[in-house]
Design a protein around this ligand. Sequence first.
Ligand SMILES: O=C(O)CCC(=O)C(=O)O
Length: 300
Amino acid sequence: MECLTPDQKASYASNGYLLVENRIPDDWLTKIRAEIARFEAEAATMTGSNDRLDLEDSHSAADPRLRRIKLPHTISDVFRELMLSDHVLAPARDLIGPNLRLHTSKLNMKSAGYGAAVEWHQDYAFYPHTNDDILAIGICIDDMAAENGPLMVFPGSQKGPVFDHHVDGVFAGAMLPEANGLNMADAVPLTGPAGSISIHHGRIVHGSALNRSDRPRRILFYEMMAADAFPIMGSMTRWDGIEDYNDRMLCGEPTLQPRLKDIPIRIPQPQPNVAISIYEIQKGLKTRAFDTIPAKETSQ
Ligand SMILES: O=C(O)CCC(=O)C(=O)O
């Protein structure tokens, strides 16, 4: 083990998540916040989302609202360097082994007052693989508390089914916990000070509410898997050929021998005709678990 204790590893195996405090030093948080300010300035010049920045529905030039920095490791040396550091990779290696491949990265802003909810879902419903040694490391850039929309998880749900994330036969990227036999009282908010990391299993049911508080809730996610987890056809995993795929190795060695595990799988197809963004895909829902901002509160 490089940094986690045997108890933390056992807890992850049983519950499907961890919150590790004091993992990201303050100087890194300072650098991250400065990078975010740079992208916020860019968002203020935009009228619609592009392949770098995802804007809130209520965004306007007069009231710029950045919802997500997309693939931050591809557009910022700071986010790339952090991704490749032991702050991020050591706990992942402790849990799923030495050979790690990046699936994606994103920085969800959840700004004070209006930051969008993410409906309940399992990441694995978006990207089924041959095995489920798949996890997301979340860098907590702000203090996470009940009121600012922390990530919430259903402990143990990573051992259950992959739930149906479709509406009217089209992938909608979300499910309703109660309609699927989960008890809302079992949901756990992952709260802790800035500089903590959350780790959640690819199959765990998770989501987060609208941020109505006066504090931001920014989490930078690096989602990765064991190198021998290969996407199942129909997965939303980007696949631009084996060379590109191997370029996504974070550490260790790639392989051409997928490891197969007997686990449930659903294919996230057909896809809705929207931009590839969880916020847009989840607009296909007829019933939402979390509030959205009423139209009258949005800017023009
Ligand atoms: O930002 C959050 O609270 C949840 C993020 C998430 O699950 C996602 O973007 O897939």
